[in-house]
Design a protein around this ligand. Structure first.
Ligand SMILES: [Zn+2]
Length: 437
């Protein structure tokens, strides 16, 4: 324990040094200190004090903004820190409440309107969602996601990307995903082209309710069929398939590929074919509502005694979302996977706006797609129509079409990604029918 404190103290000292002098990898010790700091605000309930300097959501948000500002200062102003706010009313806030999100924006050097977002909610709760006074440590739900977002900013600060990265600490999740709604509405109002929204909620435990430990797996939840699709898109999809290939599913598959390509991260992606946990939703839901690709990261195994619980012991059984229930090396791994995903997507061109296939009554399939500004090449992917993951690919340079010989369109799914100068790839756009001339 003494050693831990010593390391934590050294780490805190190190934070005062320029960030670039540090090893730029997610640091479990640093992240533990952040989660402990968040717990010390007593409660971060959205309806708790917004003005008390020590206890409540306001103090926690101010601290989060301060962390972003420190990181921004160390990288010579690479982050702009701001808050966005709106008033929400609902059954869980009958008198209304000012919901505030804290953002740090790392502006892209190529096309800053292309945006990737990493987010976690900072608010917490206990058993009774209306209880604003009891201690609600919310260590795992969701100081873990908050610490992840801040640590991702620290690791990526100073790196240059074509697109913009937005680091977001959200409020009001437990009241109705209000912070997520606020951020999604802000993204639309500002004209952000959101390539991906990564929602991190409960990302720091490995010991499950049943005593099983799962330290090498993270669940990534994604929708296949777009919630936002209209009747026409629905009819088209009926004709072409694509239930497993919506933009959010393509994002989940990309994250799976990133984890497989970098075994040093040490995580297997369990790409759940559902947009969130059974019958539930999260802060990525409002992004899906608006048609933006978004996924939720969550632990490989949950411990319900440590979520939304009053702090207590009953018959020797300990309840409550405290630091003791967490695994910080695991949290650092989930952070590393987020960082790798942000790096990959923030530097990639946009995905092709549309991809068309022409192969009816032929043994070959012609694939053609919209040109993407900034793309140096394109990668055409295909797989058998009974498989989930792409099995084959071909790089195409100097054009926006190709013919796949002996690939029968009826028996295959086909999609195209845009590739940047440095090899960074966009999400894959699923191939559909050519528009009738
Ligand atoms: Zn949560």
């Amino acid at each position: 324990m003494t050693k831990m404190i010593l390391i934590a103290a050294l780490s805190a000292t190190a934070l005062a040094q320029p960030v670039f002098a540090q090893t730029k990898a997610p640091d479990p010790v640093r992240m533990k200190a952040k989660v402990e700091k968040l717990v010390r605000f007593g409660t971060r309930h959205t309806l708790s004090s917004a003005t008390d300097p020590k206890r409540g959501i306001g103090a926690a948000r101010t601290w989060g903004a301060g962390e972003f500002q420190k990181i921004g200062k160390a990288c010579g102003g690479c982050l702009s820190v701001e808050t966005i706010a709106d008033r929400f009313t609902g059954p869980r806030a009958p008198d209304g409440v000012e919901v505030v999100d804290v953002l740090a924006i790392q502006k892209g050097t190529g096309d800053p309107s292309q945006v990737v977002i990493v987010a976690g909610h900072i608010d917490s709760r206990v058993t009774d969602v209306m209880n604003i006074s009891s201690d609600a440590p919310g260590a795992n739900d969701n100081a873990s996601g908050t610490a992840l977002v801040i640590e991702a900013a620290r690791v990526l600060a100073g790196e240059k990307f074509d697109g913009t990265i937005v680091y977001a600490l959200l409020s009001g999740e437990e009241q109705g995903l209000w912070g997520g709604k606020l951020l999604a509405a802000t993204a639309r109002a500002r004209g952000w082209q959101v390539r991906a929204m990564l929602n991190n909620d409960i990302v720091g435990n490995t010991l499950g309710q049943n005593g099983q430990r799962v330290a090498d797996r993270v669940r990534v939840f994604s929708e296949g069929i777009r919630f936002s699709e209209d009747g026409k898109a629905n009819l088209t999809r009926r004709a072409i398939g694509g239930e497993d290939d919506g933009p959010s599913r393509a994002l989940a598959k990309k994250i799976d590929g990133i984890a497989k390509a970098d075994p040093a991260i040490g995580l297997d992606v369990f790409a759940v074919r559902r947009f969130d946990r059974f019958g539930r939703g999260g802060d990525h839901s409002p992004f899906l509502d608006l048609g933006f690709p978004a996924v939720r990261f969550s632990v490989g195994i949950e411990n319900y005694d440590r979520q939304h619980q009053d702090l207590r012991t009953e018959n020797g059984r300990v309840y409550g979302d405290t630091v003791e229930g967490m695994d910080f090396p695991y949290l650092a791994k989930v952070t590393a996977l987020n960082v790798a995903t942000l790096r990959a997507l923030a530097d990639a061109p946009a995905a092709p706006a549309s991809v068309s296939l022409d192969g009816a009554l032929s043994m070959d399939t012609r694939v053609f797609w919209d040109a993407v500004p900034g793309a140096a090449a394109y990668k055409v992917y295909w797989r058998r129509a009974d498989a989930q993951d792409w099995s084959d690919s071909r790089v195409v340079t100097g054009g926006t079409e190709t013919v796949l010989k002996d690939i029968v369109v009826d028996d295959h799914f086909i999609g195209v990604a845009a590739v940047g100068k440095d090899g960074a790839e966009s999400l894959v756009t699923f191939g559909g029918m050519a528009p009738r001339k």
